[in-house]
Design a protein around this ligand. Structure first.
Ligand SMILES: [Fe+2]
Ligand SMILES: [Fe+2]
Length: 309
């Protein structure tokens, strides 16, 4: 049963306030807000045909390390043909415009999490319909970041405690926004938005719940991988691929994320592209992380927002 005290507001891109700060976000509260806007019916559009999504996606896939993972042209063809079936509603798609315009890190991130998770799902999820269901959640898993100030999303130095809380707010905000737009809080996209930062050892957020839904776990691993291998404002550069895979292997060893998803990711990074069940993961650590990285480091300095709550 969901029960989360919101410290920050949840609003749509057109500034409709769905939940003010201090609201207790429950399933009933979300249903009440959704029902009160029951007349709205949103037009949908194939995700890949929206704006420049298709060409942007192909552009990002041509960069390392995705160029290696997607080196097989058939693999890109499969991804595109499966993606044709993914339709999203216009207000959800407008979040992509927002990120493209204001936060290019998040824009490329959601497209690459979509591409990678769809590839991994083909190995790990036997049911094709389930793969399609999962493919529709990659582009929206971080939609809650529209409720996080851009100066926090793009900050180059350590976040204060308040800023970290604001950043973590994106999980609950994404759940509420997608529940509202889909008019169904049980939609897989809502679960993915809420739980993609949870971990198998309960060390994640927003609830410290057990991460155990195989579909959400595919997004969680894709999310971590992309955050490591692509540039981020808070560190000196991207992780090289080897170091990123070592970091992810370490997380699987600590039982934070699922081994078979990590193995599928590693298998696609190997030249021979072996079946993931047959690979042996090296325990050797040779990677060198970026020289500075403020991820997970909290600033000691007082934040004026701490005083206002
Ligand atoms: Fe996220
Ligand atoms: Fe993400």
């Amino acid at each position: 049963m969901l029960s989360l005290r919101l410290r920050y507001p949840i609003q749509t891109l057109d500034n409709q306030l769905l939940f003010p700060p201090e609201t207790l976000l429950t399933e009933e509260a979300l249903d009440a807000v959704t029902d009160s806007h029951g007349a709205n019916s949103y037009q949908t559009c194939p995700f890949l045909s929206y704006g420049s999504v298709r060409e942007d996606c192909l552009g990002f896939l041509s960069l390392r390390p995705y160029a290696t993972v997607f080196r097989d042209k058939k693999r890109i063809g499969d991804l595109l043909s499966l993606s044709e079936t993914v339709h999203l509603s216009i207000p959800i798609l407008q979040s992509l415009d927002y990120f493209k315009q204001h936060d290019s890190y998040t824009y490329s991130h959601v497209l690459m999490v979509f591409a990678l998770s769809t590839l991994l799902a083909k190995d790990l999820v036997p049911d094709y319909e389930e793969c399609i269901r999962l493919a529709a959640t990659g582009p929206t898993h971080d939609i809650g970041k529209i409720c996080v100030p851009l100066d926090i999303l793009k900050k180059r130095t350590p976040l204060t405690k308040t800023e970290r809380g604001f950043l973590e707010h994106h999980a609950a905000a994404g759940y509420a926004l997608l529940g509202y737009y889909y008019k169904n809080r049980r939609h897989l996209a809502c679960t993915v938005a809420l739980d993609h930062h949870e971990r198998r050892d309960r060390s994640g957020y927003p609830r410290g719940n057990l991460l155990e839904d195989p579909l959400v776990e595919i997004i969680a691993v894709s999310d971590i991988y992309d955050a490591l291998v692509m540039p981020r404002p808070y560190r000196s550069g991207a992780y090289d691929n080897r170091t990123a895979l070592e970091e992810i292997t370490e997380m699987a060893k600590q039982n934070k994320i699922r081994w078979d998803v990590v193995k599928a990711l590693i298998a696609h990074n190997r030249k021979s592209d072996p079946p993931y069940k047959e690979i042996t993961v090296s325990a050797e650590k040779r990677g060198v992380p970026p020289s500075y990285n403020f991820h997970g480091i909290t600033a000691e300095a007082e934040d004026p927002r701490d005083r206002t709550g």
